[in-house]
Write a protein that binds this ligand. Structure first.
Ligand code: PEP
Ligand code: MG
Length: 574
């Protein structure tokens, strides 16, 4: 037996015989006489058009199959096939390097993928695989080569591959696909997104996988990232225990999902979900989320070469709104910037992107992208309650920007005669200064939500992604508690609602502190709902308040944690 480790991509345990899926063969390009360039450009344009039509059709089929978000992946690929970012680069190769349409588009795909990888962003690197997938499809069309036959799984099997382009993942026979392990890829690659959507266990980024394959079964744990080649009897027995344990935990979480999140002394707390795609809504509802406290909308913007249309955004938001109605969905306006660049929104390189032109700050030069998004949220509000919040607000001026953009978006819909609903407007509190001057603009809004991930980063000067600073990355730092306390008082003074949507809300011990400080709405990743529900139900608000107020005078997160943890002893919230 050999054990390898990769990135957990889709939870669950799979075991069975393995089937290796080979990378699709590339058609061969050739050099041309410069006089043939015009002909090759035409061939390229026709091939790109055909590929786009096929991908649209594939997207439609997957959508009709009940997976609209996965369908959208292929729609985005269809756009990519005819996107000038790819086609102009290929035309340039035809003209300057005198190669045919096949070689030109393959080279262009490779170059574009390299550029995306070079940006150093995980999501964009994941898109590199899509670009190559699309370029290969266009090249095959230009060459007149048929698509490879989808791998046949004669018996239920685990698939292993270097990488799985989305077009192949979608064609694998789902009833016989037990799970998959990939040598490359990341948790945000489309193969991983599709695996999560279909509930197929998967591990990606398993270094050395293909070189280690051996006869016998293959097992994987998509929750831990472990891959076992030819597992021995002890491992198989251990995997059986894991399967039972995760089934039991799931059954308990479902049973408890309908229990109210009320403290022993009767204080009610609303538990909400953080989601990143509408696809996550059913799971959150199942686990008892009473609405969405944070819908991160970046997935719509980062996965493509062109800005998503208002119609497309409205449809995605509406899907989430319908899934949660009558509970509200809080949509966050686009939060990208120098750290998460997008190809169609040029932002000059910055020395400190986290302190740069990020999120709402982009509105100064690009108000259009926010206006489109606001119109889409208002249209979705016709289907159920919608709240919209702006990230990275620093002061009353930023709140004013949000309000005037929303007023303009509303007026545009009105003049178009488009049906829409009213939305509540709020801000994310993730910059300490925004809390300190909160009383100057809170009265103009209907809510605020503490984004404690960034709030911690900006309060303690700790890069949130730097593992070397782990010691500081605990949101129970008393400075953060003081800011929460401050925000609670100012929000109450202005009569607006205040929630918490950073990771802090999903940590049972931190949730005790938040409830103790007066927070009554907690929004978290769905998987954290069962533990936090148990924590709320296991404490007395009176005790939580005493300890949380005392913690304001502590000197470190370690002290606060050891003060609050005993309150959860025996509650089973961890
Ligand atoms: C936060 O900063 O706490 C937050 C919820 O937003 P994100 O993690 O998306 O920056
Ligand atoms: Mg944030």
């Amino acid at each position: 037996m050999r054990t390898l480790r990769g990135t957990p991509a889709s939870a669950g345990v799979a075991r069975g015989p393995w089937v290796r899926v080979e990378r699709a063969r590339e058609p061969e390009g050739r050099s041309i006489d410069p006089r043939q360039a015009d002909g090759e450009r035409t061939r390229l344009a026709e091939a790109a058009e055909r590929a786009a039509r096929e991908l649209e059709e594939l997207g439609r089929r997957v959508t009709e199959d009940g997976h609209p978000d996965e369908g959208a992946i292929f729609e985005a690929q269809a756009q990519m096939a005819v996107d000038p970012a790819l086609t102009s680069l290929a035309e340039q190769a035809i003209d300057e390097r005198h190669v045919d349409a096949v070689a030109a588009v393959l080279d262009a795909g490779r170059d574009l993928a390299e550029q995306l990888r070079g940006l150093g962003d995980e999501l964009l690197s994941a898109r590199a695989a899509d670009v190559r997938d699309v370029a290969l499809r266009v090249a095959r069309r230009a060459f007149g080569m048929p698509d490879p036959v989808p791998p046949r799984l004669e018996v239920p099997s685990v698939v292993v591959a270097e990488d799985l382009p989305p077009s192949v993942t979608a064609t694998l026979p789902r009833d016989r696909l037990l799970g998959f392990a990939l040598e490359s890829g990341s948790a945000t690659a489309h193969a991983a997104i599709l695996a999560r959507a279909y509930g197929i266990p998967a591990v990606v980024g398993v270094a050395g996988l293909l070189g280690s394959l051996a006869p016998g079964d293959l097992a994987l744990d998509g929750g831990t990232g472990e891959v076992f080649i030819d597992p021995d009897a002890a491992t198989l027995a251990d995997l059986d225990v894991r399967i039972t344990r995760s089934r039991d935990a799931e059954a308990l979480a479902r049973r408890e999902a309908s229990l109210p999140a009320v403290t022993i002394d009767g204080v009610e707390v609303t538990l909400l979900a953080n989601i990143g795609t509408p696809e996550e809504a059913p799971r959150a509802v199942e686990l008892g989320a009473h609405g969405v406290g944070l819908f991160r909308t970046e997935f719509l913007f980062l996965e493509r070469a062109a800005e998503p249309s208002e119609d497309e955004q409205a449809a995605a938001y509406l899907r989430a709104v319908r899934a949660f109605a009558p509970y509200p969905v809080t949509i966050r306006l686009l939060d990208v910037g120098g750290d998460k660049p997008i190809p169609y929104l040029p932002i000059a390189p910055e020395a400190n992107p986290f302190l740069g032109v990020r999120a709402l700050r982009l509105a100064a030069t690009d108000p259009g992208i926010f206006l489109t998004q606001l119109r889409a949220t208002m249209r979705a509000a016709a289907g159920g309650p919608v709240k919209v919040m702006a990230p990275m607000v620093a002061d009353a001026g930023d709140a004013e920007t949000l309000l005037s953009l929303a007023a303009q978006a509303r007026a545009e819909l009105e003049s178009r005669g488009e049906p829409f609903g009213e939305i509540d407007l709020g801000v994310m509190l993730e910059i300490p200064g925004a809390i300190l001057v909160g009383d100057s603009y809170f009265p103009r809004l209907s809510f605020a939500s503490l984004g404690t991930n960034d709030l911690l980063q900006y309060t303690l000067a700790v890069d949130r992604g730097n593992p070397a600073l782990a010691r500081y990355q605990d949101s129970l730092h008393p400075a953060l508690l003081r800011l929460v306390h401050e925000a609670v008082e100012r929000a109450a003074g202005a009569g607006i609602e205040l929630s918490v949507c950073g990771e802090m809300a999903g940590d049972p011990v931190a949730a005790v502190a938040l409830v103790g400080l007066g927070i009554r709405k907690l929004s978290m990743a769905s998987g954290s709902l069962p533990g936090v529900r148990r924590a709320v139900r296991g404490i007395e608000e009176r005790r939580a308040r005493e300890e949380a107020l005392a913690a304001l005078d502590d000197g470190s997160a370690v002290q606060v944690r050891s003060r609050l943890s005993p309150l959860l002893a025996g509650v089973g919230a961890a």
